[in-house]
Ligand binder design. Structure first.
Ligand code: PMP
Length: 359
């Protein structure tokens, strides 16, 4: 027995890890600065770590109330009903739950290109087809309804990423509304706000409550520093709430992750500090890096460096791990995640040396 034909399914390519690079280059992992996966350089909230410790010796039991407690807390925070919050293993899990709830075999999803790879992957896993709208470097990957609607052809899902990965550009809320208006009633507009905390623009979540065709993705992986736990959620229209029980994986998200997320939500100082650092660091990269950059609202900056693979490779030799954007279809760009102030300063200096050397 063989697996079915999976040749249309590309594996997800994550940013390179510290251990992997250190082993390969014979370096001490502590000497490396990892700015390739948009992680939180401050680590998780200490309160989240404490919550994990407190519950670690009870993981022999299936999850109990933590999941409903987390759902209720998120719902209260956004002023929506509990049923509208779909807790999931990362925002990735929510993408899967929405694919399952929205797509019949052969249905299409319209995704940004370049863009986050998992929209297309999940669509294909669920026997859907992928179409694309283009965002381009010429205008700083500007996002508006016209760009999306030009490519629109009745897809069941339209994905919007705001802030956009890998560029950091945002889609104004009135443009999201214009897309939803133009694509009603057959389309769900999914606004991915995985990096929403870092942006200066408002969340689209109030739109979810006003209409029946917008959903929003959020995660604890970035500003909350819980990427390793795989915990995120979507906020869905009221009428979709009932579908959750039919499409989620049993228990939907794990106990330690839910406990940690509950504690992290209460640690406002940690999130505030994380956001402040990211905003400082992206400005530092934008102003000090000797290469053209795209204005970013996220915890990363896209830079045009000529040959991204070569620059990323040479940067690794100097101890800085950044993301070569060839897999995003941007071979001339690298994406640099924001680190602590110290890491970011050091990384920018090392990257400038790298760029000068390669000239
Ligand atoms: N959306 C975007 C735009 C992302 O960049 C990521 C993570 N790289 C995700 C969603 C998924 O985040 P997670 O599954 O860790 O919550």
């Amino acid at each position: 027995m063989e697996p079915r034909d999976l040749s249309d399914h590309s594996p997800y390519v994550p940013g390179r890890g510290v251990e992997e690079v250190a082993r390969e280059r014979g370096l001490d992992p502590d000497d490396l600065i990892k700015l390739s996966s948009n992680e939180n350089p401050h680590g998780p909230s200490p309160a989240a770590v404490e919550a994990i410790r407190e519950h670690a010796d009870r993981v022999n039991q299936y999850p109990k109330s933590s999941h409903t407690d987390l759902t209720a807390k998120i719902a209260e925070r956004w002023g929506v009903d509990d049923e509208q919050v779909w807790v999931s293993p990362g925002a990735d899990g929510s993408i899967d739950y929405l694919s399952r709830a929205a797509l019949e075999p052969g249905d299409e999803a319209l995704v940004p290109s370049p863009g986050f790879a998992y929209y297309a992957m999940s669509t294909r896993y669920h026997h859907g087809e992928v179409t694309e709208y283009a965002l381009t470097p010429d205008d700083g990957f500007a996002q508006d309804a016209e760009t999306v609607l030009r490519a629109y052809g009745g897809e069941r899902i339209v994905y919007v990423t705001s802030p956009h990965n890998p560029s950091g550009s945002t889609m104004p809320l009135d443009e999201v509304e214009a897309i939803a208006d133009a694509t009603a009633p057959e389309t769900l507009v999914v606004v991915d706000e995985a990096y929403g905390e870092f942006a200066d623009v408002d969340s689209a979540i109030p739109l979810v409550d006003e209409r029946d065709d917008v959903a929003v993705l959020r995660t604890f992986s970035k500003a909350y520093g819980l990427a390793g736990l795989r915990i995120g959620y979507s906020v869905v229209p009221e009428a979709w709430g009932e579908a959750y029980a039919r499409v989620n994986t049993p228990f939907a998200a794990n106990e330690l992750a839910c406990r940690a997320a509950l504690a992290a939500l209460d640690d406002a100082d940690h999130v505030e500090q994380s956001v402040e650092t990211a905003r400082w660091a992206r400005e530092h990269i934008e102003s000090e890096l000797d290469a053209p950059t795209v204005d970013s609202a996220g915890n990363f900056v896209l830079a045009a460096v000529g040959d991204g693979e070569r620059v990323a490779e040479a940067a690794q030799e100097r101890g800085v791990i950044i993301r070569d954007c060839t897999s995003f279809g941007l071979p001339e760009h690298v994406r640099i995640s924001t680190g602590t102030r110290e890491e970011t300063r050091e990384a920018v200096d090392l990257l400038n040396e790298t760029l000068a050397d390669l000239e």
